[in-house]
Design a protein around this ligand. Sequence first.
Ligand code: BJW
Length: 239
Amino acid sequence: MIKNIVVLTGAGISAESGIPVFRSETGLWEQERVEDVATYDGFLRDKAKVHGFYNKMRLSLADKQANPAHLALTRLQREWQSGKVTIVTQNIDNLHEKAQSKDVIHMHGELMSLRCERCDYAGFFDGESSVESVCPACGHKGCMRPDIVWFGETPYEMGVIEEHLSQCNLFLSIGTSGVVYPAAGFCRFAKAVGAQCVEFNLEPSAVGSSFDYGLYGKASETLPAFVEHLLSTGELLRP
Ligand code: BJW
């Protein structure tokens, strides 16, 4: 019997809301070098450029709305009676929050947050940051950075995530290419504790063969149907 569910989301769930994915012909990494905007070394080389890159992304979130896939997860969280539903996202956007999902774990950080390198304060931020930004906690200038987990940095809340994974019976992975670790290893972790694992993607991901099966197509179509079936029957919708 399915009790606890862990859901991992990636850029694909937000693609239909108009937020570009990372790895595709028109993806973000075709426009910017990963080493420049998604590593701490890149930030040290050109802080103004990196602030500018995330400012642009942050401002672009204002008119983006949650889509039926985000809303389906909110419904699952609200209506699932047999256990808890934990949403872990790799996304730095705020569309799960706009869909009113609860307690979303942002393992790669959040665009709507800035962090202080001096005192480690992190908090809500919806403006434009710069090398001149002042920390609201310690008052120092020039020590704020985007609250994003870059390559080589430790993702947030790994202990909490592993705790949830170790107690889950069902693991759902939605719209992620399965190339970035540790998230790409969550399916194997969940399988090892006996969970059933299902992926939702346009095509099998790099770790697709680790899943019990996949539902391939747009997440805005496959996920609402899956959730409806799960809530009404307690069983998994299969292809
Ligand atoms: C749809 C759809 C639709 C489209 N419906 N689907 C060598 C081997 C193994 C690991 C490593 C290695 N060398 C280094 C590492 C570690 C490294 C890593 O994994 N590198 C790999 C690239 C090799 N990882 C790290 O450094 C991480 N830290 C770490 O490992 O610390 C050590 C540690 C671990 C555990 C405990 C303690 C310590 C940190 C990773 C940080 C990732 N950060 C980024 C950047 C954010 C900045 C920004 O936003 O600009 O996070 S990278 C980027 O990739 C972003 C994403 O969250 C992440 C994942 O991308 P995602 O979501 O999968 O997007 P895409 O574009 O790749 O895929 C979209 C998918 O959607 C596609 O499959 C489409 O088909 C699908 N799709 N439309 C359904 N409508």
